[in-house]
Ligand binder design. Structure first.
Ligand code: PEP
Length: 255
């Protein structure tokens, strides 16, 4: 089953509204009508509106980096799925390891967010991945299994095709240490098997992205793997040239 490669930029806490608009403009000019690859940019909340305006009329999708599971209410500082939809977000990153580590997000919290996003027609990019200690302790597959199964609790076969999983080994995020192609494909294949067990044939339509120091030089080999369907990019998404090189790598990866 051919799955369209997805290249998503996670800008994290970088770029003001106007800096974000400038970066989005450069991406739209070069790749706004990309058909071979699906492109998503995920600015911080404060730049969603300015970036959304720049993306209007292009094929580039907008994503957020987090959301609250509730539709509205007394949750100071939080943002709901409906608010993200009102700014034309299509995607939302959920369960990023930085949210799990610094903001105490548990699998149960992440799962509530996944369900709320799907209910509001927002596509979750559910992040899973082990720490260095967990990998060295031989627990990588257990951690990935637990996070994947718990994160997808209550998701139906019909819904899962709208969802994206990002395998992000925590030890590779922002460290310059990329997982080897074999390590990454092994975990991606494992996630695919879990999805098949839970969702049957629909699992073949779910995209599994790799994230963790993906750069233009290592992307072609990673993206050529059978179960690597794209990338969730941090550092290299902050400048148009490197992000666009990753888009190019995505376009030729499975050729
Ligand atoms: C990320 O934070 O999702 C990420 C993959 O970051 P980087 O590409 O900088 O490792």
């Amino acid at each position: 089953m051919a799955r369209k490669i997805l290249i998503a930029g996670n800008w994290k806490m970088n770029k003001t509204a106007s800096e974000g608009a400038d970066l989005a403009k450069a991406i739209v000019v070069a790749a706004g009508k990309s058909t071979a690859v699906e492109i998503v940019v995920c600015p911080p909340f404060t730049a969603l509106e300015s970036v959304s305006k720049i993306l209007e009329g292009s094929d580039i999708k907008l994503g957020a980096q987090n959301m609250h599971a509730a539709a509205s209410g007394a949750f100071t500082g939080e943002t709901s799925a409906g608010m993200l939809r009102s700014l034309f977000c299509s995607y939302v990153i959920l369960g990023h390891s930085e949210r799990r580590t610094y903001f105490g997000e548990t699998d149960a919290i992440v799962n509530q967010k996944v369900l709320a996003a799907l209910k509001s027609q927002l596509k979750p990019i559910l992040c899973v991945g082990e720490t260095l200690a967990e990998r060295e302790g031989g627990k990588a597959f257990d951690v990935v299994r637990t996070q994947t199964i718990a994160g997808l609790e209550g998701v139906t076969k019909e819904q899962v095709v709208d969802l994206v999983i990002a395998y992000e080994p925590v030890w590779a995020i922002g460290t310059g240490k990329v997982a080897t192609t074999a390590q990454a494909q092994e975990v991606h294949g494992f996630i695919r098997k879990l999805l098949i067990e839970k969702f049957g044939e629909a699992a073949q339509r779910v995209r599994i992205l790799y994230g963790g120091s993906m750069k233009p030089d290592n992307a072609p080999e990673l993206l050529a793997q059978p179960d690597i369907d794209g990338g969730l990019i941090g550092g290299a998404a902050l400048q148009a040239p490197s992000f666009l090189d990753l888009v190019k790598a995505g376009a030729t990866a499975k050729a």
